[in-house]
Design a protein around this ligand. Structure first.
Ligand SMILES: Cc1cc2nc3c(=O)[nH]c(=O)nc-3n(C[C@H](O)[C@H](O)[C@H](O)COP(=O)(O)O)c2cc1C
Length: 198
């Protein structure tokens, strides 16, 4: 399968990058074709300007490539830290610019944009791996776990991706090496489940 892996973390030595490398290695080992983007390393421009909003807009080579890849992806893996209950701005901008009308969703005939769109993504499965420094009970009870709503409902369900799995590794800041190694092993087990050896 062709699987897109996106990481959004400025530090290549972060645990987020360890998760990304683990995902790339495991998926490759399982016989999949990985398309990888490190948004910070590539200096992805997250700003969606007026001219690009329309479905018929002229797109830059970079955005066209991202759109083509995400359309072709049979699986999608997104890795990022929890920043204010949201993805880092660079990744939010990737969503704004790449998950475009005509690429990730479209409105039915006669709908001016007020209705429920049809998802267009080919991928059957999306996995989101997050890190945070908040206990999961507090994230749910005090903040309502906004990343679950954003990725599951607002993005992947709307874009037609049927199977969604999300995991938050927390608390990172006080975690031991052993704990992090266990989290990486758990990630391998998750990937084996959703994207087994072919
Ligand atoms: C701008 C910013 C905002 C953050 N907001 C939150 C937050 O809302 N909740 C939380 O648990 N951690 C928050 N954090 C902490 C990060 O989630 C944490 O540093 C990261 O998940 C650790 O992973 P890493 O070692 O790969 O950086 C924030 C960090 C930064 C830099």
């Amino acid at each position: 399968m062709q699987i897109t892996v996106i990481v959004a973390h400025p530090n290549p030595h972060s645990f987020n990058h360890a998760l990304a490398q683990t995902a790339i290695d495991r998926l490759t080992r399982n016989g999949h074709n990985v398309v990888f983007h490190d948004l910070y390393a590539e200096k992805f421009d997250p700003i969606l300007l007026t001219d690009e909003i329309s479905e018929k807009a002229h797109l830059s080579q970079t955005i066209m490539l991202h759109c083509k890849e995400i359309s072709q992806a049979q699986g999608i893996i997104i890795i990022h830290p929890n920043w204010w209950g949201q993805p880092p701005a660079i990744l939010k901008g990737w969503v704004d610019r790449v998950l475009r009308p005509g690429v990730a969703y479209r409105f039915v005939e006669g709908d001016k944009g007020e209705g429920v769109p049809i998802g267009l993504l080919r991928a059957n499965t999306a996995i989101v791996l997050n890190t945070s420094n908040t206990q999961s009970e507090r994230e749910s009870q005090v903040f309502g776990d906004p990343l679950e709503t954003i990725w599951k409902n607002c993005i992947f369900d709307l874009c037609g991706v049927k199977t969604f799995y999300r995991e938050t590794f927390s608390v990172v800041i006080t975690s031991t090496i052993e704990q992090r190694q266990e989290w990486l092993q758990k990630t391998c087990r998750t990937l084996d489940k959703y994207f087994p050896k072919i």
